[in-house]
Design a protein around this ligand. Structure first.
Ligand code: FVH
Length: 320
């Protein structure tokens, strides 16, 4: 592609992530306009050729593709002049951006919930804008590398039209028409990540209670977690099939052993606040007659609205 054919892009929000996004567009030769609520964050980008807009409206007007990456959806709505949700009509700040989005594509890469994404998609549609929602599965230094995964959802036609532009940020993956799907995957993946971090913190605090350096212990954690990761595809298969019967390490046994994790934490002067919810869930599993089956039977117990599950089955229908 000729560098002159690169789509002009606006990046709104110059926090750590917004700066990385704008830098990646510049690297790929996209004419790039930037704007941030607090002035003074665009310096390095303007030195590299970006144009710093004086206002959000000027930034939106500068490009057919407007990428927003700010703290949260409240900030997105504030910047775009989209009325805040749950506020009586007419009391939201109309802002100066509203009206300028018509005919442009709004790509919102701000972290949020599926509901927030769907509501913003509806608002963008009312503005006459195309909308893509995105989840960034990367930290700022990764942006622009193949390891940076950008999950997108929204109109397939809009995605196809801008896939090449967005691929400046990393590997882009389209998850379908529903604008909320990228946020759903993003939140689910972050949930898995925080579970892992919580486990790591607990492990390091435990050995640290006897002055074992974290750096000495961490290679063991990594190889243990690597080994345990191999069980996830089997658990997924069991969950989808609603058949938790195949297991070498039944749930009941693990519920018993888990008590030792709590007791040892207390003995060593380490908080058990991260472990207690898992202990309670294991005991709920036993109480629901799932003690003889696999740990994967616990996933169903997390659902508070069974009707929303793709499997749509009742909590007590699991086989062991
Ligand atoms: N950084 C990361 O590791 C993660 C990786 C995965 C994706 N997240 C999400 O990306 C969004 C932005 O994160 P960030 O790292 O850029 O965050 P900060 O460096 O804290 O910058 C925040 C920017 O948001 C602007 N902002 C905040 N409130 C408002 C508002 N009411 N109106 C307009 N802009 C607002 C803030 O502006 P300022 O404080 O400089 O004026 C920054 O530009 C986020 O959703 C992550 O979850 C990052």
């Amino acid at each position: 592609m000729n560098i002159d054919d690169r789509t002009p892009v606006t990046v709104i929000g110059l926090g750590a992530m917004g700066r990385a996004l704008a830098g990646a567009f510049l690297d790929k030769g996209h004419p790039t306009t930037v704007w941030n609520r607090t002035a003074g964050k665009g310096g390095e980008l303007t030195e590299r050729g970006a144009t710093e807009a004086a206002t959000a409206a000027e930034a939106v007007a500068a490009s057919p593709v407007v990428v927003v990456c700010v703290l949260d959806y409240h900030a997105v709505r504030e910047v775009l002049g989209a009325p805040a949700l749950n506020v009586p009509e007419g009391s939201g700040d109309p802002g100066t951006v509203t009206g300028l989005l018509a005919g442009r594509t709004l790509v919102n890469l701000t972290n949020g919930t599926p509901r927030q994404a769907r509501e913003l998609a509806r608002w963008a549609f009312e503005q006459g804008a195309d909308y893509l929602d995105g989840g960034i599965m990367a930290v700022p230094p990764m942006i622009g590398s193949p390891g940076s995964l950008i999950l997108c959802s929204g109109s397939p036609e809009t995605f196809t039209a801008h896939e090449r532009t967005l691929s400046a940020l990393g590997t882009v993956s389209h998850l379908g028409e529903d604008a909320g799907r990228a946020a759903l995957y993003d939140i689910a993946l972050l949930s898995a990540m925080y579970g892992m971090f919580g486990g790591f913190f607990q492990a390091v605090a435990m050995v640290g209670s006897e002055k074992v350096p974290a750096t000495e212990f961490t290679p063991l954690v990594v190889s243990w977690l690597d080994a345990m990761l191999t069980s996830l595809p089997e658990m997924a298969k069991a969950y989808d099939a609603n058949d938790h019967s195949a297991t070498a390490s039944n749930l009941g046994m693990q519920a018993e052993a888990f008590v030792n994790l709590l007791d040892a934490g207390r003995d060593q002067g380490v908080s058990t606040e991260l472990l207690e919810p898992m202990g309670a869930l294991l005991h709920r599993g036993v109480a629901a007659n799932r003690g003889g089956g696999d740990l994967s039977a616990l996933i169903d117990l997390l659902r508070t609205d069974p009707a929303r599950s793709a499997n749509a089955r009742s909590n007590d229908a699991g086989s062991e």
